[in-house]
Design a protein around this ligand. Structure first.
Ligand code: CTP
Ligand code: CA
Length: 232
């Protein structure tokens, strides 16, 4: 134990949390990114440390400061996030995927800064899919890698005319193959950067969903309580 480390239900456990967004380069000075603040991930990491866990935060670019007592590993692209998650989730007890991962990236990265043409034309940027980090971790574990037995995904969902938020989320939980999925209903407004949130935790083992309304710290507490219960 490091000096002053909390003792609690997660003492002796290793928890890996991803957070922040990813940046996908276009050329040496430009990227495609998103507005993830990293607030939820930092709240989760803090809640795990408070319960005694040894916590690694794999952080994409984020505006939220990371408290001491949390080991931070910085990444930028989805590919770097993938490699870092597969490395650090080995031997961990829990992997929490709170990062806002880019779904698409530029198919090619220009080696020099993209310049304006004299004819006034604009470039068309072709995108390709990024690897799915969460699904890759689940797949590697299924093939025998000693990756966290408890993998927690996050999802920001909206309902539509055919399915409500939780129906979409249940389908995503199945598709991803993780043990828990924390769902944000974003139909009502913006979550990015805000402190207020409403989450529902879904379980692959069929346990009753749990809902928490409040700050991101409240949501983190609810998630960590379920993590503790799941680890037994
Ligand atoms: N995720 C990931 N790698 C990606 C995309 C998402 O690991 N390339 C993870 C996120 O960190 C989150 C979960 O998958 O834990 C769900 O992310 P979400 O964006 O809701 O799901 P997608 O599968 O990307 O589906 P879509 O955005 O089309 O709804
Ligand atoms: Ca996505």
């Amino acid at each position: 134990l490091i000096d002053g480390a909390a003792v609690g239900p997660l003492t002796g456990r290793r928890v890996v949390v991803t957070g922040g967004g990813t940046r996908e380069p276009l050329d040496p000075v430009r990227y495609l990114g998103n507005r993830s603040s990293g607030k939820q991930a930092v709240a989760l990491a803090r809640a795990a440390v408070e319960r005694g866990a040894e916590v690694t935060l794999i952080a994409g670019p984020m505006s939220t400061p990371v408290p001491t007592g949390i080991r931070r590993v910085d990444v930028e692209t989805t590919q770097q996030l993938l490699e870092t998650v597969l490395e650090h989730a080995r031997g961990a007890d829990v992997l929490v995927m709170a990062a806002a991962v880019a779904d698409f990236r530029p198919r090619t990265v220009a080696t020099a800064k993209i310049k304006k043409d004299d004819d006034g034309s604009s470039p068309t940027i072709e995108l390709e899919r990024t690897p799915d980090v969460l699904a890759s971790a689940v797949a590697a574990r299924a093939e025998g890698a000693p990756i966290a037995p408890l993998i927690v995904g996050f999802a920001a969902e909206t309902g539509d005319e055919d399915h409500d938020v939780l129906e979409h989320a249940q389908a995503k939980l199945k598709r991803k193959g993780c043990e828990m999925l924390v769902v944000n209903d974003v139909s009502a407004g913006q979550v990015f950067g805000r402190d207020e949130t409403a989450v529902t935790v879904l379980f692959a083992d069929g346990s009753e969903p749990v809902t928490a309304v409040g700050t991101k710290d409240d949501a983190a507490r609810t998630v960590l309580e379920r993590v503790v219960t799941h680890l037994g």
